[in-house]
Design a protein around this ligand. Structure first.
Ligand code: ASP
Length: 433
C-alpha cells in the first residue's frame, strides 16, 4: 500500500525548475559541443516541450480573460461599482509604478552601478518606435472584437468584455440566460487551467533546461553591479513595498500572501511573461487568496497588460546606469521626466518576454541618452526579465486583493486557509474516458 502523501503542485514545479537549471548547467559544461545532445535534447525535446507549454498557457488567456470578465461585469449590480473599481485599480496601478521607479532611481543614484563601466562592449542597437500615449489609448478600442481576440490584444478584449457584460446585465431575461452560460463556461475554463497546471512541472523543466544551456552567465560578471542593484531593488519592491502596502491597506498578513504567491511567481519566473501567467495569477487570486471573480477577472488581466512595476524598476536603474556609464549628468528635471516616461512606458509594455528593454528606448530618448546603452545591458536581460516579471504579477495580485477587500469582494477565511484552492486544483478525468 502506498501511504506516501503526493507532492503538492508547488513542490513539483520547484523540482522541475531546479532539475531544469541543473540539467542546463550540466549540458553547458560537459556536453557543450555534442551535436547529438544539442540537436535532440536542447533544440529537440527541451525546445519543443517548452514551446508547447508556453503555447498551452497562452491558448487559455483569450478565452479566460473574455469569459471571466464577462461573468464579472454582468454580475455587477450597477455601473457606478464598475467605475469606482476601475478608478481604484488604475490609481493603485499607476501609483505603485511611480513608487517603483522612484525607488529604482534612488537605488541607482546611491549605488552608482554604472560608474567606471566598460563601454567597449557597446554595439549598436536598433530601436523601434515607441507608440505615443494618444495612440495607446486609441488602440484600446477594438474595431473588430474577433480580430482583437485573434491577435490576443488584451486591452481591446477587456474593453469589449466590459461592454458585453454591461449589456448582459441590462438585457433582462435573455441577459440572465446568457450570463448563466458564461458562468458555466467559466467553470469549464478554470478546470482547463487546473489541467494545465498538472503538466506544468514538465513544462518548467524544459524551459529552464533550454534557457540555462544557452544563457551567457559570464555576462553577469561584467555587469555585476548593474545586476546586483537591479535585482536588489526588485526584491525590495517585491517584498517590502508590497508587504507594507498589503498590511497598510488591508491589515492582512503579508507572509500568508507571499506563501500563496509561490505558484504564480514560479510561472512568471519561468515564462518571463505576465500575459502567459494570467491563468495562474487568476487562479491564485480567486481560489487561494479568496478574491471574488468580479474583481479578479478585471484587475488581473488589466494588471498583466498595464501594471509593470518590475519593468519600470529596470528602466529606472538602466537609465541611471547608462547615464553613469556614458558620463552624462542627469538633472532633477531629467529624473522627473524618467519617472513620467517610465511609468507610461511600462503601461505600454506588453506582458511578454523582453519588451521592457525595447520600451527603454522611449525613456532614454526623452532624456537624450544614447540608445546604444541598451546593447550594453542586453546580455543579462533575460535573467532579470524573469525576476521583474515575477514582481510585475505580484504587484497585480496585491492590488487585486486591496481592491477586492475594499469592494467587499474578498473571502478572508479563504485567504487565511493554507489549504485553500487545493480542491480546485484537482482534476478528475473520469468523464474524459
Ligand atoms: N517580461 C515582462 C512581463 O511580461 C515585460 C518586460 O519587462 O519585458 O511582465
Amino acid at each position: 500500500m502506498n501511504t506516501k502523501k503526493p507532492m503538492s503542485l508547488t513542490g513539483r514545479v520547484i523540482l522541475g525548475m531546479v532539475a531544469g537549471i541543473l540539467t542546463g548547467f550540466v549540458i553547458r559544461t560537459l556536453f557543450a559541443d555534442n551535436g547529438f545532445v544539442d540537436n535532440y535534447l536542447v533544440h529537440g525535446l527541451f525546445e519543443v516541450g517548452g514551446k508547447i507549454f508556453i503555447a498551452s498557457l497562452k491558448m487559455l488567456v483569450v478565452p479566460l480573460v473574455f469569459v471571466s470578465l464577462v461573468c464579472g461585469t454582468s454580475s455587477l449590480k450597477d455601473l457606478s461599482t464598475l467605475g469606482r473599481m476601475g478608478g481604484k485599480t488604475l490609481g493603485l496601478y499607476v501609483g505603485t509604478t511611480a513608487v517603483a521607479i522612484t525607488l529604482a532611481l534612488t537605488m541607482g543614484t546611491i549605488f552608482q552601478p554604472g560608474a567606471g563601466a566598460d563601454l567597449a562592449a557597446a554595439t549598436t542597437f536598433a530601436s523601434t518606435e515607441a507608440p505615443s500615449l494618444g495612440q495607446v489609448i486609441v488602440n484600446m478600442f477594438p474595431t473588430n472584437p474577433i480580430n482583437a481576440m485573434a491577435q490576443g490584444n488584451t486591452l481591446q478584449i477587456i474593453v469589449f468584455a466590459i461592454l458585453f457584460g454591461i449589456a448582459i446585465s441590462a438585457a433582462g431575461k435573455p441577459g440572465e440566460r446568457i450570463a448563466a452560460v458564461f458562468a458555466d463556461l467559466n467553470e469549464v475554463i478554470m478546470k482547463l487551467v487546473a489541467l494545465l497546471m498538472h503538466i506544468a512541472p514538465y513544462g518548467v523543466f524544459f524551459l529552464m533546461a533550454k534557457l540555462f544551456t544557452g544563457l551567457g552567465i559570464e555576462a553577469i560578471f561584467n555587469l555585476a553591479a548593474y545586476f546586483a542593484v537591479l535585482a536588489g531593488t526588485l526584491l525590495i519592491h517585491g517584498f517590502v513595498t508590497y508587504g507594507l502596502m498589503l498590511k497598510g491597506f488591508t491589515g492582512l498578513n503579508p507572509f500568508t500572501f507571499f506563501k500563496k504567491m509561490e505558484d504564480a511567481v514560479m510561472f512568471a519566473f519561468s515564462t518571463a511573461s505576465s500575459n502567459a501567467t494570467i491563468p495562474v495569477t487568476m487562479e491564485t487570486a480567486k481560489n487561494r487568496m479568496g478574491v471574488d471573480n468580479k474583481v479578479a477577472s478585471f484587475t488581473v488581466p488589466l494588471g498583466a497588460t498595464i501594471n509593470m512595476d518590475g519593468t519600470a524598476i529596470m528602466q529606472g536603474v538602466a537609465t541611471v546606469f547608462i547615464a553613469q556609464a556614458f558620463n552624462v549628468d542627469l538633472s532633477m528635471t531629467d529624473y522627473l521626466t524618467v519617472i513620467l516616461t517610465a511609468t507610461l512606458a511600462s503601461i505600454g509594455t506588453a506582458g511578454v518576454p523582453g519588451v521592457g528593454l525595447i520600451m527603454l528606448a522611449m525613456v532614454l530618448n526623452q532624456v537624450g541618452l544614447p540608445l546604444e546603452g541598451i546593447a550594453l545591458i542586453m546580455g543579462v536581460d533575460r535573467l532579470l526579465d524573469m525576476i521583474r516579471t515575477a514582481v510585475n504579477i505580484t504587484g497585480d495580485s496585491v492590488v487585486t486583493i486591496i481592491v477586492g477587500k475594499s469592494e467587499g469582494a474578498f473571502d478572508q477565511t479563504r485567504f487565511e486557509d493554507p489549504k485553500a484552492g487545493e480542491k480546485e486544483e484537482k482534476v478528475h478525468l473520469s468523464h474524459a474516458q
